[in-house]
Design a protein around this ligand. Structure first.
Ligand SMILES: Nc1ncnc2c1ncn2[C@@H]1O[C@H](COP(=O)(O)OP(=O)(O)OP(=O)(O)O)[C@@H](O)[C@H]1O
Ligand SMILES: Cc1ncc(COP(=O)(O)O)c(N)n1
Length: 267
């Protein structure tokens, strides 16, 4: 059985985030990766030097090519850039009846460059989240999507409930941006219960693409038929290994190590 996953996202020329992180993660987890590009970014570990979006038609056509021939067991979205691209993606997800959809609501790169136009946040809420199986905001993204200020775990739980009300079945609010304490905690809400995924916080500046990699690992596991809880647990272990065994490349915020999880398992 060959499991297949499609990522609809932007290209990171530096290879640490975006489409490149997604495809590497799919491959490492034994899933055949396919892609529909939404934008090309000129980017490295120092920042984003240019953003060149594709037309909504070009995005829709790539999705169609994949869907009408290969098919996908799970689909992930990352950088979508504009409301027009979001609408085009949502229409295709509906047309092909894809229910195993992971939405990583990418808004701003680590260095501060906008990867989603401000007015597109509403389009995400209106068109895409109601179709999603899982949404994976970091804390600032959860704030932008809900209008809440998130400081405590109770705030995060409230934000998860509000996002669930938009129609998405599972909400994971990631804790990478919560600088307090020795641990990073990701919270999963399935509409009735909360589940906590905790790991040791690693003191490093090499976290470029952690969010993309984490969501891609969830997508790969869902493609294999795992439950959302199982998929989030594997994704947490995958990203922990990738951050811990840093590659130390580039002059800024370096990428994570996408082969660390496999090497750890082989030992
Ligand atoms: N320093 C760290 N140590 C351990 N785990 C971390 C660390 N930073 C982030 N993580 C984990 O990485 C995953 C991504 O979290 P984060 O909140 O950084 O997402 P993000 O901001 O969307 O990522 P990015 O925008 O860099 O792609 C989560 O599982 C989080 O717990
Ligand atoms: C094409 C693309 N997609 C997503 C991200 C987010 O990743 P990060 O916040 O680590 O820069 C990025 N930088 N580039």
């Amino acid at each position: 059985m060959v499991y297949k996953a499609l990522t609809i996202a932007g290209s990171d020329s530096g290879g640490g985030a975006g489409i490149q992180a997604d495809l590497k993660t799919f491959q490492e987890l034994g899933v055949f990766g396919m892609s529909a590009l939404t934008a090309v970014t000129a980017q490295n570990t120092l920042g984003v030097q240019g953003v060149y979006p594709l037309s909504p038609e070009a995005v829709a056509k790539q999705i169609e090519s994949v869907a009408t021939d290969l098919g996908a067991d799970a689909v992930k979205t990352g950088m979508l850039f504009s409301a027009e691209i979001i609408e085009a993606v949502a229409a295709k997800v509906k047309q092909f009846g894809w229910t195993c959809l992971v939405v990583d609501p990418v808004m701003i790169a680590k260095g501060g460059a906008p990867l989603l136009q401000e007015e597109a946040v509403n389009a995400l809420k209106t068109y895409l989240l109601p179709l999603a199986m899982v949404v994976t905001p970091n804390i600032p993204e959860a704030e932008a999507l809900t209008g809440l200020t998130i400081r405590t775990m109770e705030d995060r739980k409230e934000a998860a409930k509000r996002l669930h009300e938009l129609g998405v079945k599972h909400v994971v609010i990631k804790g990478g941006h919560d600088d307090d304490g020795e641990e990073t905690v990701d919270v999963l809400y399935d509409g009735s219960e909360f589940f906590y995924f905790t790991s040791k916080r690693i003191d490093t500046k090499h976290t470029h693409g952690t969010g993309c990699t984490f969501a891609a690992a969830i997508t790969a596991e869902l493609a294999k038929g795992k439950t959302v809880q199982e998929a989030v647990q594997t994704a947490k272990s995958f990203i922990q290994a990738a951050i811990e065994h840093t590659l130390g490349i580039g002059h800024g915020h370096g990428p994570t190590n996408h082969w660390a999880y496999r090497e750890k398992a082989a030992r």
